[in-house]
Design a protein around this ligand. Structure first.
Ligand SMILES: [Ca+2]
Ligand SMILES: [Ca+2]
Ligand SMILES: [Ca+2]
Ligand SMILES: [Ca+2]
Length: 655
């Protein structure tokens, strides 16, 4: 203790002797009273743009007080700011000083010192400053919920808002406004606004959206807001309301065998893929007017479409003339085909033009369902869903294809749900049909056209090594008939399996026709639990015998297809058996669907006379609509007249 005291005292003496004489003449710390036009209030942050919105390095006016005659230095977060006017800030006789200090914007502290020949004062109390000259960022959106956003031409918009942000000072939400003006009528629309104080301000027109939907009127949505530093931001978006469909394109000519021929609906054409010439009017460039600007054929996926636009020059902007060509691989099917051309305007309103052409050659027409077997007689059918009960063997199919002038191959195959593709493994038969009148070849032990084969490599033709069914009694082709015996004995797979039929020729494939989704399962229902009511113990007293029995059953399958995987409620049942396996219950079981293919069965046994000192069995029969069945009779219970004493009765194994 003595030692510490001595050290402290000697320090104090040292300070008094060496520091005090100089310290006495150093000026007091100055005070800051104004910064960037705002009065300094102790403990409050100053937000200011110094009335210099948009200036990156504003010259900020700073005022304060200090000892007269001293020189002021201004510091920004502890660093001396040298770009000041005047270069030397001398405090006037009234103790006031004023300076203009150029500094970068940002969030910082400002302090000042006063200096004399005796030295520099301590720093003034720091003033927290957000110096911000950047206006808020604003984007304006007009949209139709779930559809179009920020188009120049709008139809049915029902959402107008501004998204606002400010990275430095933050938004002064009291100043936020959103307004809509009908520029065509030169009038402001009445409406209310609502902001979330975070990022968004919405506009709601008084009287509903109809006032923002006058045809051909141009509207301007304006959003304004200032940030906390006083920078004003404003932005707007304009749209033109358009409710008028474009005119449909008119086809005038079809290119056929080297010349343009006048188009008539249903005309015969040899050139395939086709080439069409037509006009549409009035037209405009995309986003330059409310009229037609785009034509395409809807049938192909977007990335395979040819888009004719005014902007790409494929629709003549002056005459509205266009020529529609398809790519070499886009061959249309033989026979009468309807091509649907869409004509679209800048608002995305559209009309269609149906062009009917009768192609003398092309890809095959889709094949109808096989005529044998009649699938709906062979399977329970709900729409396109077919229930396989019993033999899982896929049947033999035969039927008629469309008459073609060229060889066509009929394929029946295991397919994915959508599209025309096939799965090249498992069930996958093909057969060639020669044009009518041609004689099939019959070469023993060798594949000939007209014999069924498995196209294992999916190349639409027979290759050496692929399985085929030798059939050497083929006659003359009628151009239509096919027969596809399941000579490889493929079976329906457990679960579901799609089969489709399609035709292929040298020009390509037809769309595939679905034979159906075939449902096949062999998993029996699962009996989950059996409960006696009202007692939970398997040992019952005759005074407290069961009045009902409940069983829970879980079927296996897809719960959206209860028509196939559900319970067969007329066969499924709960029964009570006595010790001689005689059924003693007489009521029917009531089944309730509990969703997810789960069922509750209830048997009322209040009318059963249970004999004391007897063992009873519950037998549950659960059968699904696919005929899979489970029977369990392991649950037993005992009617006990001597309840407290009978503690050593052993239930049957598994009960
Ligand atoms: Ca700002
Ligand atoms: Ca229009
Ligand atoms: Ca042969
Ligand atoms: Ca092949």
């Amino acid at each position: 203790m003595q030692t510490y005291r001595r050290v402290f005292l000697s320090c104090l003496v040292f300070l008094l002797v060496l520091s005090c004489p100089a310290y006495a003449d150093v000026p007091n710390a100055p005070a800051l009273t104004e910064f960037g036009g705002k009065t300094v209030v102790a403990g409050q942050t100053i937000y200011t743009n110094n009335n210099q919105q948009g200036v990156a390095q504003p010259a900020v006016l700073i005022q304060g007080s200090a000892q007269a005659g001293t020189t002021i230095k201004v510091y920004k977060s502890g660093s001396l700011v040298t770009q000041t006017v005047p270069a030397q800030i001398v405090v006037a006789a009234d103790g006031k000083w004023i300076a203009t200090v150029t500094m970068a914007t940002g969030n910082f502290n400002v302090t000042a010192t006063a200096s004399s020949q005796s030295g520099e004062s301590l720093h003034s109390e720091p003033v927290s400053v957000v110096l911000d000259t950047a206006p808020p960022s604003i984007s304006v959106t007009v949209r139709q919920t779930g559809w179009r956003t920020n188009q120049k031409y709008m139809n049915g918009q029902n959402n107008m808002y501004g998204i606002i942000s400010d990275t430095q000072a933050g938004i002064n939400w009291q100043t936020a406004t959103i307004s809509v003006r009908d520029l065509t009528d030169n009038e402001q629309l009445a409406g209310t606004q609502e902001h979330d104080a975070t990022s968004q301000i919405d506009f709601y027109p008084t009287g509903g959206w109809g006032v923002t939907q006058e045809n051909t009127h141009q509207y301007r949505i304006t959003v304004t807001v200032t940030d906390k530093a006083g920078n004003l931001g404003s932005n707007y978006r304009e749209y033109i309301y358009d409710s008028v469909n474009p005119n449909a394109a008119v086809i005038t000519h079809v290119y056929d065998q080297g010349t343009w021929k006048p188009y008539t609906s249903g005309m015969s054409v040899s050139t395939n893929p086709p080439k069409l010439k037509g006009t549409v009017s009035p037209v405009n460039y995309i986003d330059q007017g409310p009229n037609a600007c785009l034509i395409f054929d809807y049938r192909f996926y977007p990335w395979n479409r040819s888009y004719l636009t005014t902007d790409n020059g494929k629709i003549n902007i002056n005459t509205g003339e266009f020529v529609h060509e398809w790519t070499a691989s886009q061959i249309f099917q033989q026979g009468l085909t309807t091509i649907q051309l869409y004509t679209v305007d800048s608002t995305n309103l559209y009309v269609t033009t149906n062009v009917q052409l009768n192609f003398t050659y092309g890809t095959p027409l889709p094949v109808a369902l096989p005529s044998s077997p009649v699938l709906s007689s062979l399977y329970n059918t709900v729409g396109d869903e077919r229930q396989v009960i019993g033999s899982p063997l896929i049947p033999d199919f035969s039927g008629l294809a469309n008459q073609m002038s060229t060889v066509q191959t009929i394929r029946i195959f295991n397919a994915p749900q959508s599209g025309n593709d096939w799965i090249g493994s498992g069930y996958n038969y093909s057969i060639e049909i020669l044009p009518s009148g041609q004689q099939y070849q019959n070469t023993l032990g060798v594949y000939d056209p007209g014999e069924v084969y498995c196209d294992g490599n999916d190349n639409d033709r027979y290759d050496t090594g692929e399985y085929f069914l030798d059939n050497n009694s083929k006659g003359v082709s009628n151009g239509r008939s096919y027969s596809i015996p399941n000579f490889r004995e493929f079976q329906f797979v457990t679960g579901t399996m799609y089969l489709k039929i399609a035709a292929v020729n040298q020009y390509g494939g037809s769309t595939a026709t679905s034979l159906g989704r075939f449902h096949y399962r062999t998993t029996p229902p699962d009996i989950q639990s059996v409960e006696l009511n009202p007692v939970t113990s398997p040992y019952m007293s005759s005074a407290n015998k069961p009045t009902s029995i409940t069983a829970y059953v879980q079927n296996i399958g897809y719960d959206w297809a209860t028509f196939f995987y559900g319970m067969n409620q007329s066969v499924s049942k709960i029964e009570v058996l006595d010790e001689n396996n005689n059924v003693v219950s007489t009521n029917s079981t009531i089944w309730t669907y509990l969703q997810s293919l789960r069922y509750q069965g209830t048997l009322n046994v209040s009318n059963v006379t249970f004999q004391p000192q007897k063992l009873y069995k519950v037998r549950v029969t659960a059968r699904d609509l696919m005929t899979n069945q489970t029977v369990e009779d392991m649950y037993t219970f005992f009617i006990d007249t001597l309840a407290p004493q009978v503690v050593d009765i052993i239930p049957e194994p598994g009960s």
